[in-house]
Write a protein that binds this ligand. Structure first.
Ligand code: DGJ
Length: 322
């Protein structure tokens, strides 16, 4: 199967509605890619779509809403998804959930979502939040928001290693540093803070992949909704030393901010960069861009290149993106 995605076309779902899944995360299950993201149309929610070819998207569910069931878990959390009554219409209703990412836990057979939580009015909470479901696109149960080991936590991502160990990575100390947290076996809590990287470098929008022996982390700078120079860095040990940062794409990362890197596994593994092209004035006009990410790794060197292309081709059998 081959797909051609036109980056200049608005992505619509099977209902002919614009896909609302900003700051998205993806997970593959059976033949489908599931896309989770921020939906701020009306009452804020996390919406899930699925696609076999990454081009035709089927709306599945608003998986996390203000009325989602909640459960008091062992972690010390705030369970409120609507901290203010919507008296002041200046603000969209409900907490702001950003950058939701989902992993499947083989041991508990549950899907676990981690995300960034703010109160809906400002960015002072700086908390992580967790939700869980028995099915990938079912109604998630909200387990609450909290600061991981009391650190501030904003832009974030999840990563599952080959042995099933999972990590939550988020911007800490007012975005100055990135923290890597190892998750507990059930993925529902932080086991420990295992690394603090790129101290004082103010990196946001993390997206992590593993190629060969290297973990490669793509990030943006910290300039609100305005695009900036993307960068990447790498390590052979998530808990050890990391490389310095190297430029990715042009000085605005082709007017995008990273949100996820989809692995296309065929004869080879191809990497599809997914970025948000934010509209800072009118959030709802923000777009998505799918771009080829060329990753080459040998014993000593890691090199990552992001290319702009209006039309991206995905050859699923070959695992090739061009
Ligand atoms: C940049 C972050 O990456 C986005 O997710 C969002 O939090 C904006 N900042 C808000 O300004």
């Amino acid at each position: 199967m081959e797909t051609k995605i036109n980056n200049n076309k608005i992505i619509k779902d099977d209902r002919n509605k614009k896909v609302e899944a900003h700051g998205g995360g993806f997970i593959k299950k059976d033949d489908y890619f599931y896309w989770f993201g921020e939906n701020r149309l009306g009452i804020k929610k996390v919406t899930c779509y699925r696609s076999r070819d990454l081009k035709n998207w089927e709306y599945r569910n608003d998986v996390l809403t203000l009325t989602s069931p909640t459960e008091k878990h062992y972690i010390d959390t705030d369970l409120d998804l609507n901290p203010f009554d919507d008296a002041d219409k200046k603000f969209d209703c409900g907490a702001t959930i950003e950058r939701p990412k989902v992993l499947y836990n083989e041991k508990t057979r549950k899907y676990v979502m981690w995300m960034h939580y703010e109160n809906g009015r400002d960015y002072s909470c700086a908390r992580a939040a967790v939700a869980v479901s028995d099915t990938v696109d079912g109604d998630y149960t909200y387990l609450g928001s909290f600061r991981p080991q009391n650190y501030m936590s904003r832009d974030c991502t999840l990563f599952k290693d080959e042995d099933g160990t999972a990590y939550f990575i988020s911007a800490a100390r007012n975005n100055a540093d990135l923290h890597i947290y190892k998750l507990t076996d059930d993925y529902l809590n932080i086991e420990d803070t295992v690394n603090k990287i790129w101290i004082n470098k103010y990196r946001e929008a993390p997206a992590l992949i593993k190629r060969g022996q290297y973990y490669i982390l793509v990030t943006s700078g910290c300039t609100g909704w305005t695009p900036n120079q993307g960068k990447y860095g790498y390590t052979a040990d998530l808990e050890g030393d990391w490389s310095e940062l190297f430029d990715l794409g042009d000085e605005t990362t082709y007017d995008t901010q990273p949100t996820y890197i989809i692995e296309i596994e065929g004869a080879n593994t191809g990497y599809l960069y997914v970025g948000d092209r934010w509209d800072g004035e009118e959030y709802h006009n923000s777009e998505y861009k799918f771009l080829p990410l060329e990753v080459s790794v040998d014993k000593e060197n890691v090199s990552v290149k992001l290319m702009w292309t209006e039309k991206v081709n995905i050859d699923f059998e070959a695992g090739k993106i061009y």
